[in-house]
Design a protein around this ligand. Structure first.
Ligand code: NAP
Length: 263
């Protein structure tokens, strides 16, 4: 059986996607799902090369196609490094330049309450969670094809006040405003821009307080009307819909994917 014949045929066949922070957690689940729909996926990561390779191996094992893009975000030249890695990856695979789906997923999640947040932490959060997505789009706009998709991963903390992570919450609020504003700017090209906002999801970022702590797990599950903690695939499935042509009439929206938290 040839490699070509094993490539999944789905709603995204022939599309190219770039998912930032796709080495682990929600980003990995998004990369797997988009690849399962037939997209060629650029798996961006910051430093965890082994995890990125695992994502790519999982995609390849399922018959999909993916390649890695390494770039630390939040440092000078970050966006240029992403795009040069992306371009080089497509070139190496002899794939036509261009991008159909950009998922801005990578983010720093740690943040303190008001009395603990520092200027340095604030700057780091905004550099990765807000500045990088904006300039990734600005510098990548000539690569993003008409009828494309830009999906920003927000957070339920923009709807549900969570003072424990005040600066992080603010950064996600800014990202939502980016989605709204950019949606209007890119409408004439039929590019949709939306936020997808998870609630508490079982990923590494929550490992310390959530996993192996039954009380915390029960508490976190109770946020959702379904009384369970979110899994990365719960978010990836929503992203796959927003990325599909079925979602062509949705733009500038914040799509709540919190499992009905705090209704
Ligand atoms: P995660 O498990 O901590 O994974 C983070 C990913 O982002 C990794 O691939 C990491 O790369 C990459 N990354 C982080 N900082 C980076 C940087 N400075 N430069 C480049 N790459 C960087 O995160 P997650 O929990 O899946 O969260 C994914 C998204 O969902 C984020 O936008 C987060 O805010 C949002 N979200 C998560 C939850 C939740 O409960 N988990 C809830 C609401 C919203 P490396 O592997 O190389 O480190």
């Amino acid at each position: 059986m040839t490699t070509e014949r094993r490539i999944p045929v789905g709603t995204l066949t022939g599309k190219t996607a770039l998912v930032t922070g796709a080495s682990r957690g929600i980003g990995r689940a998004i990369a797997l799902r988009l690849a399962a729909e037939g997209a060629l996926v650029a798996v961006h990561y910051g430093s965890n090369e082994a995890a990125a390779k695992e994502t790519i191996d999982l995609i390849a094992g399922a018959g999909g196609r993916a390649f890695p893009v390494r770039a630390e975000l939040g440092v000078p030249g970050d966006v240029a490094t992403v795009w040069s890695g992306f371009d080089a990856g497509l070139h190496a695979l002899d794939v036509e330049p261009g991008l159909d789906i950009l998922v801005n997923n990578a983010a720093i999640a740690r943040s303190e309450a008001l009395d603990g947040v520092t200027p340095a932490e604030f700057d780091a959060l905004f550099a990765v969670n807000v500045k990088a997505p904006l300039f990734l789009v600005q510098q990548g706009l000539d690569r993003i094809r008409d009828n494309g998709r830009i999906i920003n991963i927000g957070s339920g903390v923009t709807r549900i006040a969570y003072p424990e992570t005040i600066a992080y919450s603010m950064s996600k609020g800014a990202l939502d405003t980016f989605s709204l504003t950019l949606a209007k700017a890119l409408g004439p090209r039929n590019i949709t821009v939306n936020s997808v906002s998870p609630g508490i999801v079982d990923t590494d970022v929550n490992a310390g307080w959530l996993r192996d702590n039954p009380d915390a797990w029960t508490h976190a599950a109770a946020y959702s009307t379904f009384n369970r903690v979110g899994q990365p695939a719960d978010i990836a499935d929503v992203v796959a819909f927003v990325a599909s042509s079925d979602a062509r009439w949705i733009s500038g929206q914040n799509i709540d994917a919190t499992g009905g938290s705090h209704l």
